[in-house]
Ligand binder design. Structure first.
Ligand code: HEC
Ligand code: HEC
Length: 235
């Protein structure tokens, strides 16, 4: 009897974990959403295109308003929301389409805009992991496991970290990185990869990974996240 309940409990817990794994991994990166769904009509800091410049927009409206607007500007206008009506009057000839994005995706997109993401990506021409080729992913893997040395001479990630797509190896000093890409995305992960994980281990204050190494490692960690998603959803 006890065992039966324990079994049911395990199934429930596993299903809940799977659900969360799918939800996080399915989300599209904010930079990709901005580039593919918004930048045709909006600039970030370069003035009005079809719609308003989105630089500073997270300071112009409360977050719940922005979420409602991005999901369906049409409904906001029809509800008679004053800020929506003002925009509608100002940009009379143009309408913003509704977007089928999840709360998590819109949330991440707003964080990305609030952090000045689009202009930072452009200034630094941060290459996004989504643009990586299979060769970039392979280089990332080699850097991760130490087959190719990091230019800074830092220790290979595999000494302290495991990832699901590199089974049977990987240390446990640091957390498992299988889904880390889906939590940090490119910009924050790039920053995270540049500074050493354990400051006491590295004597140097120079960046741990170079630009190209960061790109390859992010590409590898992104591939790990996608394969985690495939596994969780049984594909
Ligand atoms: C086809 C063009 C078009 C696309 C694509 C588009 N928008 Fe818009 N957006 C507009 C227009 C036009 C306005 C001005 C209000 C109106 O007329 O609907 C606007 C207004 C906005 C506003 C209010 C800005 C302010 O200054 O108050 C936000 C926020 C916004 N858009 C976000 C987005 C996001 C995020 C995306 C991508 C997910 C997006 N838009 C995609 C055309 C577009
Ligand atoms: C000497 C052991 C060690 C090495 C080598 C190491 N890490 Fe870490 N890493 C850690 C530890 C411990 C943590 C957790 C504490 C922290 O956040 O700093 C961590 C945290 C992280 C995080 C944040 C994880 C999270 O869940 O928020 C990322 C990302 C990361 N490491 C990536 C890497 C990458 C990529 C490499 C190889 C370039 C690497 N680490 C090499 C020990 C290491």
């Amino acid at each position: 009897m006890d065992d039966k309940y324990r079994f049911v409990l395990i199934v429930v817990v596993c299903t809940a974990f799977q659900f969360f794994a799918i939800r996080t991994a399915l989300a599209t990166e904010p930079a990709t959403i901005f580039n593919t769904k918004c930048s045709s009509c909006h600039t970030f800091g370069k003035g009005i295109r079809v719609g308003p410049d989105l630089k500073g927009v997270t300071g112009r409206h409360p977050r719940p308003w922005l979420i409602a607007w991005i999901r369906s500007s049409e409904s906001q206008i029809r509800r008679g929301d004053p800020a929506a009506l003002a925009l509608f009057r100002q940009f009379r000839q143009q309408r913003m389409p509704d977007h089928e994005l999840s709360d998590a995706e819109i949330g991440a997109l707003l964080d990305y805009l609030a952090a000045g993401g689009p202009s930072k990506d452009e200034d630094r021409r941060l290459r996004l992991a989504a643009e990586a080729t299979p060769d970039d992913v392979r280089l990332g893997r080699r850097l991760f496991v130490g087959d190719t040395k990091l230019a800074s001479g830092s220790m290979a990630c595999v000494f302290c970290h495991a990832v699901s797509i590199e089974p049977f190896r990987g240390g446990t000093i640091g957390p498992n990185l299988s889904e880390v890409y889906a939590r940090y995305w490119d910009w924050a992960l790039d920053q995270r990869l540049k500074r050493p994980c354990l400051t006491s281990v590295s004597g140097s204050s120079a960046a741990r990974v170079a630009e190209a190494e960061s790109f390859a490692l992010r590409a590898f960690l992104r591939a790990a996240s996608s394969s985690e998603l495939a596994r969780a959803s049984g594909r």
